[in-house]
Design a protein around this ligand. Structure first.
Ligand SMILES: [Zn+2]
Ligand SMILES: [Zn+2]
Length: 115
């Protein structure tokens, strides 16, 4: 475990390259989400090496490449509610993206970014 509710392997790049170093600030945000909703947080995409990010059509300067981003699902909670919580909790910073089936959150240092 690298934090109370997360294991390093949950953030590993899906290509199998072994890149799995998520930043501590992102981990803290995910722990905060876990605590707020009181439900498991599933990481659908964490770290991505540049090759994998390109292969799946990720943004060129994606924070996933820097190990500062996670796409998450909170069990039993609609992505819109997760996004609403994050934008209210962290005004003026981070990157928060809303998608149909998950929520993207990153701890970019040149934020905020919202989409
Ligand atoms: Zn990879
Ligand atoms: Zn993402």
């Amino acid at each position: 475990m690298i934090s109370p509710h997360f294991q390093r392997a949950e953030f590993a790049c899906s290509c199998g390259c072994g890149f799995d170093t998520i930043d501590t600030e992102s981990l803290a945000v995910l722990e905060d989400v876990r605590e707020h909703f009181g439900a498991p947080v599933i990481v659908t995409s964490g770290c991505r090496c540049p090759a994998y990010n390109t292969r799946i059509g990720g943004a060129e300067h994606s924070q996933h490449i820097l190990g500062r981003a996670a796409d998450i699902q909170v069990k039993g909670i609609a992505p819109a509610r997760v996004q609403d919580y994050l934008t209210a909790r962290y005004p003026g910073r981070y990157g928060i993206g809303r998608y149909a089936t998950f929520t993207h959150v990153d701890t970019r240092t040149d934020g905020p970014a919202r989409w």
